[in-house]
Write a protein of this length. Structure first.
Ligand SMILES: [Ca+2]
Ligand SMILES: [Ca+2]
Ligand SMILES: [Ca+2]
Length: 315
């Protein structure tokens, strides 16, 4: 095809030269313009290239469809297209490929679990255009297992709840060989009643003991066969109850005493945590909090940290 066009161009050029000899200047100029137009038209029509691939990365083991776009290509006029990636001596062929237009085609890849990571060159061979390539167009990543959600992510002491843990690129195996727990410092809370739904999701029950530290706990999952362990920091919170200033999990007169002692008696124990004594949401721990708690405990006043009556905590 290109040769045919070149012949045409040569013929045109020849005609122009003949025109230069035989015709007046006006025809010479027309011939030159025609030649230039044909030159640019031929370059535009035959400068095929690959422009992009989307998505342009995947993890080892992924099964994905990619969309490849080109310029000047004839994907939809081809009877078949072969698409592949190359890195060094390694090649990964698309399982299937089909055009959606002259300049766009979709291809399905199954990335082997042991494919080398890094950048790969993209090749497309339809049976119409020359073999086209786009260097370092696609990147293969090594999957990094991680916990991406813990739901619900908080509870009070003495509460028993089922927590769903969702991972990414994880290997959650059989329930009988999976351990799940929370940790904070040297304290741990073990999960039980584990149910594995998939390699990336499981649930476990937790009974929050009455005396564990408040605050954020790390979440852990371990496969007891492979000993693979993953964790995510500060992803479950054991919450304090507002007004339970002595942290015995009840709100009563002793909590009022604790606030009063903390305010007026040197070296009296500090409410644990201190914010548990900030019951009227004014930002300070003082006698007005004790008064609020007295009204709540003895006169059916508003609940601690509920300064209006909408049922939603205000601090
Ligand atoms: Ca208490
Ligand atoms: Ca206060
Ligand atoms: Ca409120």
């Amino acid at each position: 095809m290109i040769n045919l066009l070149n012949l045409l161009l040569e013929e045109t050029a020849t005609q122009v030269v003949k025109s230069m000899v035989k015709q007046n200047n006006r025809i010479i100029v027309s011939g030159l313009i025609l030649t230039i137009c044909l030159f640019f038209a031929s370059n535009t029509a035959f400068a095929q290239s690959l422009n992009s691939i989307e998505p342009d990365s995947a993890y080892q083991g992924d099964d994905l469809w990619v969309t490849i776009t080109g310029s000047g290509t004839h994907f939809s006029q081809s009877s078949s297209s072969i698409v592949w990636f190359v890195q060094g001596s390694s090649t990964i062929y698309a399982g299937s490929a089909y055009p959606t237009s002259a300049t766009s085609l979709n291809a399905q890849f199954i990335i082997p679990g042991d494919a080398p990571s890094g950048y790969w060159d993209l090749y497309v061979d339809d049976d119409y255009d020359p073999v086209l390539s786009l260097p370092e167009a696609f990147r293969i990543l090594i999957p990094y297992p991680m916990i991406i959600s813990v739901d619900p992510d908080s509870a009070y002491r003495n509460e028993s709840l089922m927590v769903t843990i969702t991972g990414q690129h994880t290997w959650f195996g059989q329930a009988s060989t999976t351990a799940v727990w929370f940790s904070q410092g040297s304290s741990t809370i073990s999960g039980y009643g584990i149910n594995v739904y998939s390699s990336e999701q499981l649930s476990a029950w937790f009974s929050i003991p009455p005396d564990v530290p408040f605050g954020f706990w790390d979440v852990w999952v371990r496969d007891l066969v492979s000993q693979n362990t993953i964790s995510v920091q500060d992803s479950f919170e054991v919450m304090y109850r507002c007004g339970d200033t002595n942290a015995d999990n009840e709100i009563n007169v002793t909590d009022i005493v604790w606030i009063v002692n903390y305010i007026f008696i040197a070296n009296a124990p500090t409410p644990y945590p201190l914010n548990s004594a900030e019951v009227n949401c004014d930002g300070l721990v003082n006698i007005t909090d004790a008064v609020w708690l007295i009204l709540y405990v003895f006169q059916d006043g508003y609940a601690p940290c509920h300064i209006d009556v909408d049922g939603i905590p205000d601090c």
